[in-house]
Every structure is written in C-alpha cells, then in structure tokens.
Design a protein. Structure first.
Lengths: 921, 314
C-alpha cells in the first residue's frame, strides 16, 4: 500500500516536473534536486519546522501559502539517509499538498479543486474571478520586496507589491501563469487556477552581472515601468544602486543621491536640504518608515541621518501627488527601512573617512520574527582630536569636538497569517562642543562649556492586518522629537583667597518639535481596474520655536532663572481617498482627494486638495501623461538668505501665519527605445501661496516669541522641464538627467514688491551617473553634476547716501556687503551704503563636480562578503565656493585714506581621495 | 603611536584646507562705477544735489565727487536750468544748487551726465503739505510730557515722517543772546504711531493706512533725553561750541512733519531698515536701499516739510 502510494506520488511528481519544469528556465534539472540524498531525522515536529530543516540542509527554498499547510500535524522520522523527493512525499502523504520543483525552489500547492463562490438563496454560483494575493519576500533574508511586479503572463494584467510586500491580483476564472519579478532577482512563474494566498520568495541573481541581465525584461516590469504607470514625477532608487553612486567623502548617502535626479537641486556644499521644482527645503516631506523627519542631516548637511545599511527602498514624488500624501508642497521622499533578516543572522561592518557603521540582523524566530539593528558614529573627531586640543600645562585646556551618530532598531513579529506588527526606534544626534578649563590662583577654576547641535528621535508601532485577500490595513502610531540646541555654561569655583564667589551661569537656546501621531491606511484591491486607497490620521504637534533660557547661581543660590514658554500646540487631521483606475488598455487614471485641517490657537484651517494623474498609451512604447495636484502644509522653516543652521527655525502655522498652499500642473511623456533605455520628459508649472520669509533687516537674535513679527507673507512660482534617460540593465547602467527651470518669489515688502529669483533658481541642472561592471569582482562608478550658480544678495558697489535732510556724509569704514557670512570690520558709518541693490541680485559661478569610485567585491574563504571602495571626490579639483567673507583695511597714502576691500571665497572640497571598507558575515 | 596619529590628522586637515580659498572677483560689468545722485526736493530751500561716483566693494575704493558733471533740471518736461557746483569748508561733499525753490505738484526731472559715465536720470514730485492742528504739550514730571496733535490727512494714500525736538542753546557770554546749537532727542512712543517704523533721531515713518481718510490724532507720553554732543547727541555736532554747557529750551516743543512722496517713503523705509540692522544685528536679514535713479544709484524725491512750535504747559 505504501509502495503504491509512493509510486503514485512519484508519478505525479514527475508529471509536475515534466509539465512545468521545462518552461521555468531552471539552471538545474529538478529531478536531480529531488533525487539528492540527505540525512534526516525529526522528533515530533510540525510541517513548517520540517521544511525549514530541509532548507537548512539543502539549497532548496519552499514557496507555499501557510494557510494551505496543517501545521498541527506533528511528525517523527528516525535518522536515515533519504532522497529529498521521497522525504517530501512522506511529509505530505496524508495531506492534499503536492509540490513541484522550480530551480532550487519547491512550490507547494493544494491538489484538491475547491469551488469558490457566493452563497445566495442556498444556490452556489461560481465566482467569475479568482484572487491571487500574498507577500513577495527575499528568499535569502525574508525582507519584504517593495514594488515587485506580479503579472499574468498572457494578458499582462499586473500589480505591484506595497511597502510591506503585499499584493493582490484579481483574475478571471481559469488557468493562469503568474510571473513575479524584481530587478536583480530571479524571475519566478507560478501556475494558478484558483484563489490562492502565497508567500513568494525570490532568489537574488547569482552575481552582479547576471543580476541585471537576467532581471525582468521591460514588459515584465510592467507596473514599475514609467510607460505603464499613471503616476508622474515619481523616481525610485533601489537600495543597492544607492551604494554604487560615488558620494562625498566616500559615504553613500541618500539625500545626496536624489539630488542627481532631474528636478531636485542640492543645497550649497556644507549646508543641509534639497530643493524640488523651486520649492523650499521645508516643502519636502521626508518619511522614514512613515515617520516625518524634520532635520535628517549630519555634519551640517554633509550626510543624511539615513544609514545606507538600513535602507530597503527609496521613492521620491515631485508632482502629481497621489491623495495618500499630504502635508508638504513640493515633494515626498518615502524611505522604507529593512525589516530584518528572518532566515539567518547577518552582520555588517563598514569604515569610511567620516564614519564607521555596523549592523546586525537576524531571526528571533525563523519565518515569524526578526530584528534589525544598525549604528553609525563619526570617526572624524577621533582623527582630529590630537591637534584640536590646546593645552598650556595644567592651567588652561581648550578642547573642541564634533561628533555625530545614529541608531536604528526595528523588530517585527508575525502574529498570525493575517497580522504582523513592526516596532521601530531611531535616534540621531550631532554635537559641536567646546570645553575650556582654566585655573588661576586669583580667579579660581573656571569651566566653560559650549555645545551646539540637534537630535532626532522616534518610536513607532505599525500593525498590518489582512481583512481579506483584497483588503489590507496598516495602522501606525508614533512619537517623534526634534531638538535644536545651543548651550553655554560657565562655572567658577572661587579662589581660596575669596576674590570671586562660586557661580554658575547657564544660557540655553533650543527649538523643539514633538509629534504624536495615529493613522490608518487601507488598500482595497477591488479588481484589476480599481485599486483603492483610503485612510486618515491625526497628528498632535507641540512646537517650541527658538526659546532662550537663562539661569544664574551664586554660591548655590539661584538668583536668576528664566525659561520663557512659547509653546504652540496644534492638531492636524487628514483624510484621503484615491483610486487607481484602469479605464481601458490605453487609459489609466489616479484620482483622489486629500482633505486636511489644523486646529491651532483657537483658529481652524481646512483644506480640500484634489489630485489627478492620467496616462494614455499611444503605443506599447509611448505614453502621454498629465497631472494636477493641490497641496497644503501647516509648518514653515524660517531660513535666512545669508546664514545657515543657527537661524533655521521650524515654526507652525498660527492664527496670524496662514498655511502655505501650492497648485502644480504637469504634462509629460515616457517612452522606451532600444532594448534597455527608458526616457521620461516632464514639464511643470507650480504656484505657491502664503509662503513666508524673513523681513528685510530682521534680526535673528532673541527670537523667543516674536518670530511672527519678523516674517513676510508672499508667493512664488516655478516652471520648467525635466529630461531623464535611464539604462537599467547590462554591464553599463546609469542615467542622464537635465532640468531647465525658473523659480521666483514675490513679497510686498521685500525687494520693494518686485519679483526676484529664488536662491536656488538654477537655470540648468545636469547630472550623469554611470556604473560599469568590469567582472564579478570589480566595478567602476562615476557621477558628474553641473548646475547654474545660486543667487545671492551681494553688494557690488558702495556709494554715499542721504539722510532725511538730504545731506550726504561718508567715512572710511563701512558695513559689509550683506549676504556674506563673516567679515572683519572695526567701525561702521551709515553714510556709506554697500547694500545689495536687490534681493538675490547676483548669480554665483556655475557649479560642477566629478566623483569617481571603483569597487572590489570579494567572497572570503569563510564565505563572507567584503567590499573595498576607492574613490575621488571632486576628481578634477574644481573650485566650487560655498562661503564668502569680506574684509576691509584702510591705507593712508599721505594725502587720503584709502579703503581696501577684499572678498574671499571658500570651497569645502578640493580633490579628495576616499576609501571605505565593508564586511558582511 | 600618537605621533602617527598626529601625522595622519595633519595630513587630513592639510588636504582639506589646501586650495580651498580664493579671492573673489566680480565681473567688471557688475562693479563698474555709476553716477550717484542724492537729493531730497523740499519746499523749504533751493534744490541741492550731491553727485558722486560709486565704487566697487572689492579692491581699492576711493570716493570721488563728480564736480564737472552736468546737472540739468526739468520742470514738467521743460528745461529749467543747469545746477551749479559749490562746496564750503564745512561741507563733506559739495552740492549742485538751484536758484529756485521747488513748488508743490510740479514734476521735476534731473539728468546728470559725465564724460566718463553713463547718463542717469530721475523724477520727483513735491507733494502737498499737510497741516498740523490742535497741538498741545504738557509736562507730567521728570523728562516726560503729554503731547497731542492732529494731521489733516487727505483722502489719497499719504506717507509721513515725524519727529519732535526741543532746541538747545548756549548763552553768548557778552550779549546774553541765545545761540541755538542742536535739537534734543525725544522718544515718541511706538503706540502713538501705529505701524510706524523708527527712523533717524527717534522719528517715525508711517503710512496713513490706519487713519483712513479722516483726521488723524497722534498722542501719547513722550520723554526726552539729553545726550551731549561729545558722544554723538543732537543733529548738528559739527557746529561745535561748548556742548556740555548747553541749556535745553523746553518751553517750546517743535513738531517736524514731512509729507513724503512714495519714492521718498520707500527710501526712508529702506534706509531705516538698514540703519536698524547696523545697530541691532549686523548678521540680520539682507536689505536693499531704494533707488529711483535710472542707470545709477541714489534718490531724487520730493518731501514737503512743515514744522510748528508748541508752547509747553507746565
């Protein structure tokens, strides 16, 4: 009886292999895999535990729907050698499960035919459709694969996975071949004839070259293909691509990488922020696993706080925003972090010139729970410490220091087949400090401490729930904190002769934002013509912008203490609904509406923002697109036109400061040519209202409570065209981006009411990024960026001025050109004027820079992966100034005093060799 | 080990700093000299125009008067006269003066040409004056006093500059006559002039937006502070004299009102912002000085001056 069964199953098994194995393009004969002998034993173990055991002993990966397996059955096997195929037959001999081999994957499926239908009046009617849903995961790590393409092979009916790897595809009754693909992974095909929910595990391609060559063809990437997608202004950078882009000082960085895309401008070197289609840096919503980040920068903007080892996926939207996004005018940068490897423990360490980082990831319970932890710290302070400290014996010690660091922690747990929970934590901090200890026999001991910096932190909990194979819910709750601080303290321990008493003086400046948020996002896959998203949320904001706190103690007694309270609390609500509609094969729409409200200072604001984008397929290779979106945001970043960090202040909308709004129109086309080239061209016009800027002459000192009196309300507009050509596959990959744009600002009381160019009104912006895979070990990468110079308010001439009596006077000392960061001046004479003749009157020289790097990847004898990256930042040593200073001197030639003035420009990077090393084990 | 660490650190820093600074040079077009015209056209005196040349902010700077410039005045598009250059020993800069006193509601145009520079021009209109009425001043103790007066604000948009002052004097030791030296600073409270902006000598510039089309009453408690000329007090320290011995004549308060043309208002306002920047926060937000001189710099704008003396009640 047993033999007979085995023969039947063997026969069935070989039938499966014969039917499906040949078309799957396997590298290995499936019969060989199943004939392979292993030594196996089991002691009262469940089916899933047995499968995991087999996976460990072999190269096999099982693909199955956990719902199909009866995990309550416990099995025993005495230790013996057995063929893999026979073992599987034994495991499933009393179940309706059968299997087929596909390369190194074994696909498990139910063999009984289940009738799916709706029961009505006791009559079972067969359903017209079947639904294929589930998750797509990396077979090696168990990480969710975001934007993986799932499509029916004949009809090209397609969908993509969401940020949690979930998908749902509705198909008509019948047999279908489903293809699952993702760039850099082996494509998988599954035959389907009934409603199924599965976990699909994709294997990475065997090496870098095949990774890009064997990855899905253009047709197979349907939903990710810009020709197919109805969305506009959307760009993605895969995590592995991010690391291949040469970066400043050899540190891969996401915020620098995205500025290589068209429509996105970098700030000046050494300052933070990026600028999208003429919007300010505060108009970018930067989401880290769904949590907004206010100042995601290290080292005054050199690096972002996003550890490249922690990133899974990057997506930036510049226009035609889907309704699910809101809260900023110009862009949404959506960064998804790794969940953690749920298959095996993996560690990674990396060293660069600026920082060292480490990460560890692994399963707490295989297939069920995993954890990811990464940490990074600057090593710059350790390098410069020996020369930074100034010592004068024991009497005087001066020790400046700069350090930054960040930590990511993420834990996820599969509560059931329908529920998964994610818990995340993040902390980053930058700290520039100065410690001075001075000892004097008369004055006593003095300790001076100064520190400037900023920190960001959040904790979040997310819960995924599947109501059905068509309805997906993500619930998020998080608390975040952003703190900018400048602290100074002076402690005096009086001398023994009592000249000075013991005293302690403290002055703290800080700017704090606390957010507490709860939100829900639903995705309903109604059918293949409607993918509906809806949801809403509430954010409780607490702003403490620019608080100056003082305290003074003498002999332990507090004689002065002041901490003004300028807290502004605001509650922000949002609701949205959108539908991805496939009208027919040619026309696809994304229609939605985002509604938001803010309750602040007994004032309520309400905004309804319609969104629309449409794609019309002219041919298989050419698509036309249009987009329209209105956006509202409820906070501002006040930034001086001539200074950076210390004057940057996040402030909320108040009863006097209205919410800024924008309307953006875009039109474009996407097409492909050759085998591997994709082209996107977009034009846009954006109108911005109620944006604010500092008044002319506004002081940045003592800002507590009075910032509203220092700002002006105005408008802005930007328009331009973007060109993007990309090659994703082959030994050569990369892109070329070009942006032609204009952007300006108009304020009634700035620049005498005349429009003026925005600081980052860059007429031309070109970026070229290329990678060449030389062989399995070596690759070369290069990026070149060119952009028209920034606009600055710069004095070009001095002249005498008249007082109200019409009299003119002058002296030989004058105020420096405004718009300059620092100066050296000994006196001031208001009779001479050196002011800029207009706001942003001067265009600085054009900026361009080439960065190159080469990478050597190797697998060590122990099977660990190591990588050396050698590079040159600013390879041809272009002098790109980012800071200016003006100095004056006076010379007496015997008859007259002559004023001499000099403007010096500083560039931050000469040619800079870089090296970094990473090891994964 | 420490030595190696130091060598690495110095090498790293050297690499960063080397070739990182450079002197900035403007395009020559940006900094080429232009004619600078400064003149406030007033109803109280002949037209006086200071004509100088601007100089680059980078490189050597030398202020140069354009004594041989040709300064032509047109009234309602008709040529009136060429102004004549004069300079006294007390003048820091000489002036081109007219032989006439400007009239209200007349359009004046100035054209200044110089062989080496581009010709510039500007237009100015002298606005109608506004009367001050119902003025009263009464001391309330110390250096403080109540004040109140009314402006007959016309219907159209108007712009003003106002300041108040007492006069100081010294007594001639022989004749015992009063010799007036300079005015005392009087601080007008902010609340007295809604949306006003402080300008020179504790004055205020303001628009009549808050007054509507009606009479406007400006009132409040002001105080005066006597600042010796030796540390910069008063308007005319250059007149000299034993300033510390000066007496304040607090029997009469002078109210100085200027009705400004729009261009004069813009100039005052931008200059006030600039001067405030100098004294409050030199790193503050950038500001520009208004100019209505085509192809050049400076200001040519009309200002109607009226001044009344009000007897102070004790």
């Amino acid at each position: 009886m047993l033999k007979l069964k085995r023969r039947k199953l063997n026969y069935f098994l070989f039938s499966i292999i014969f039917l499906f194995g040949m078309q799957s393009g396997m590298a290995q004969n499936p019969t060989d895999i199943l004939q392979k002998e292993i030594t196996f034993e089991a002691n009262n173990e469940s089916v899933i535990e047995l499968l995991e055991k087999i996976e460990k002993q072999t190269d096999l990966t099982f693909v199955y729907s956990p719902n199909d397996l009866d995990n309550s059955i416990r099995l025993n096997f005495f230790k013996k050698k057995i063929k893999t195929g026979d073992l599987l037959i034994k495991i499933f001999e009393k179940t309706p499960i059968s299997f087929k081999a596909n390369g190194e994957q074994i696909i498990l499926f139910k063999t009984n035919v289940r009738k799916i239908g709706l029961r009505k009046n006791n009559v079972i009617k067969p359903s017209k459709n079947i639904v294929f849903s589930g998750y797509v995961l990396d077979a090696k790590t168990g990480e969710a694969m975001i934007t993986a393409a799932i499509y029916e092979k004949k009809t090209f009916t397609a969908t993509t996975t969401n940020n949690f790897g979930f998908f749902s595809l509705t198909l008509p009754n019948g047999s279908h071949t489903i293809v699952i693909s993702f760039v850099g992974y082996q494509t998988q095909e599954i035959n389907l004839s009934e409603t199924q929910q599965m976990q699909i595990k994709l294997l990475p391609a065997s090496n870098e070259i095949t990774q890009v060559v064997v990855s899905a063809s253009k047709e197979k990437e349907k939903e990710n293909n810009p020709i197919e997608s109805s969305r506009m202004g959307l760009m993605r950078i895969p995590a592995q691509k991010l690391k291949a882009i040469p970066a400043v000082a050899g540190e891969p960085d996401i915020l620098k990488a995205i500025t290589l895309l068209p429509g996105i401008s970098q700030s000046v070197e050494g300052s933070a922020g990026f600028y999208v289609r003429g919007g300010g840096s505060d108009q970018n919503l930067i989401l880290m696993d769904g949590v907004p980040m206010y100042n995601p920068h290290h080292l005054f903007g050199f690096l972002s706080t996003f550890n490249p080892d922690a990133i899974n996926n990057i997506e930036i939207t510049k226009g035609a925003f889907p309704a699910r996004y809101g809260g900023r005018l110009s862009s949404v940068l959506d960064i998804t972090l790794n969940d953690g490897n749920n298959q095996e423990w993996k560690k990674n360490i990396s060293f660069g010139l600026l920082s060292a980082r480490a990460s560890v990831s692994g399963p707490l319970k295989k297939e069920t729970s995993s954890i990811f932890f990464s940490a990074r710290r600057t090593i710059l302070d350790l390098i410069i410490a020996p020369i930074a400290a100034d010592r004068d014996g024991k009497k005087f010690v001066e020790k400046p220091s700069y350090n930054f660091g960040d930590v990511n922690l993420k834990f996820n747990y599969k509560l059931s087949e329908k529920d998964r929970i994610y818990v995340s934590g993040f902390f980053s901090r930058d700290n520039l400090s100065l410690k001075i200890n001075a000892k004097d026999e008369f004055v006593g001991t003095q300790k001076l401490r100064e520190a400037t910096g900023w920190s960001s932190a959040f904790g979040s909990v997310r819960w995924n729930h599947l109501f059905s194979d068509k309805l997906f819910l993500n619930t998020t709750a998080y608390y975040s904190n952003y703190n900018y601080f400048a602290k100074r303290s002076k402690e005096v321990e009086g001398s023994t002769n009592g000249i000075l008493p013991n005293s302690e003086n403290r002055s703290d400046y800080f700017s704090i934002i606390n957010d507490l948020t709860f939100k829900q996002d639903y995705q309903y896959y109604l059918n293949n013509n409607h993918h509906i998203r809806f949801g809403g949320g509430v954010i409780f904001h607490e702003f403490k912008p620019g608080v100056n706190s003082f305290s003074k103690k003498i002999d332990g007694a507090t004689i002065l203490s002041s901490t003004p309270d300028n807290t502004t609390k605001a509650t922000e609500f949002s609701l949205y609904a959108e539908d991805d509609i496939r009208v027919n094969d040619k026309l696809k729409l994304n229609i939605g509406v985002h509604a938001s409200a803010l309750d602040v200072q007994d004032t309520s604001y309400f905004s309804v923002q319609p969104r629309l984008s449409a794609r019309y397929l002219v041919s298989k290779k050419i698509a036309l697109k249009i987009g329209f979106s209105q956006m509202t945001q409820y906070l501002h970043l006040l930034t001086s036109s001539n200074l950076t960090k210390s004057s940057d202040l996040w402030v909320p909308v108040t009863k006097n400061i209205l919410p800024p709004t924008s309307t953006q129109y875009s039109i474009g086309t996407a097409f492909s040519f050759g085998k591997n080239y994709e082209v996107e061209i977009e034009g846009y016009y954006k109108d911005m209202k109620n944006i604010i800027d500092y008044k002319e002459g506004a002081s940045f000192l003592l800002t507590t409570g009075d910032w509203e009196n220092k700002v002006e309300r105005g408008s802005g507009e930007s328009y331009g065209a973007e060109f993007f050509i990309q090659k994703k596959k082959g030994r050569w990959t990369g892109w070329l981006g070009y942006t032609l744009s204009w952007t300006n600002r108009t304020f009634e009381n700035i620049n005498f009411g005349k429009s003026y160019p925005y600081k980052y009104d860059r007429r031309h912006d070109i970026s070229i990024v290329g990678s060449y895979q030389i062989n399995k070990t070596w690759s070369m990468n290069a990026s070149w960026i060119f952009n028209s110079g920034n606009y600055v308010s710069l004095s070009t001439a001095s002249h005498v001025t008249a007082n109200y009596d019409g009299d003119v006077s002058y002296g030989w000392f004058e105020f420096p050109a405004v718009g300059i960061l620092s100066f050296d001046i000994s006196a001031i004479n208001p009779g001479l004027n050196s002011n800029p003749p207009a706001r942003n009157n001067y265009k600085l020289p054009d900026y361009h820079r080439l960065d190159i790097s080469t990478s050597r990847k190797k697998i060590t004898k122990r099977g660990n992966r190591s990588e050396w990256i050698f590079g040159l930042t600013n390879a041809y040593n272009k002098f790109n100034p980012s800071i200016f200073s003006q100095s004056f001197s006076v010379e007496d030639d015997g008859n007259n005093l002559k004023l001499k003035s000099k403007i010096t420009q500083y560039a931050l990077f000469p040619i800079l060799p870089t090296v970094s090393y990473s090891l994964s084990f | 080990m420490k030595m190696i660490q130091k060598i690495i650190a110095y090498t790293f820093l050297l690499l960063l700093i080397s070739s990182c600074t450079k002197e900035f040079t403007f395009d020559s077009e940006e900094t080429k000299s232009k004619i600078v015209v400064n003149s406030l056209v007033k109803n109280t005196k002949e037209m006086e125009v200071a004509v100088t040349k601007s100089f680059s902010v980078s490189g050597d700077a030398e202020l140069e008067e354009l004594e041989n410039a040709q300064v032509a005045i047109f009234k309602n598009d008709s040529f009136v006269e060429n102004l004549v250059y004069t300079k006294t020993t007390e003048d820091a800069i000489g002036k081109f003066s007219s032989t006439f006193i400007p009239e209200t509601n007349s359009d004046y145009r100035i054209e200044v040409s110089h062989p080496d520079l581009e010709t510039v021009q500007a237009n100015a209109t002298l606005p109608n004056g506004v009367e001050i009425s119902d003025a009263s001043v009464k001391f309330v103790g110390g250096n403080s006093f109540n004040f109140s007066f009314t402006l007959d604000d016309p219907a159209e948009v108007n712009y003003y500059f106002i300041k108040m002052f007492f006069r100081s004097y010294i007594l001639d030791s022989i004749t015992q006559e009063k010799k007036y030296l300079y005015s005392e600073r009087i601080e007008i409270p902010v609340a007295a002039v809604p949306d006003g902006q402080r300008y020179l000598d504790n004055g205020f510039i303001f628009k009549d937006e808050t007054f509507g089309d009606d009479k406007a009453t400006i009132a409040g408690i002001a105080k005066y502070t006597r600042i010796p000329a030796s540390i910069g007090g008063g308007n005319f320290p250059s007149l000299g004299g034993p300033a510390e011995e000066a007496m304040t004549d607090s029997s009469t308060l002078f109210i100085h009102l200027e009705t400004l043309s729009e261009n004069a208002f813009k100039y005052y306002k931008s200059n006030a912002t600039y001067l405030n920047l100098l004294t409050v926060d030199i790193f503050g937000e950038a500001t520009s000085l208004f100019s209505n001189v085509e192809n050049g710099y400076g200001i040519f704008a009309g200002v109607y001056v009226s001044e009344v003396g009000v007897e102070v009640e004790e």
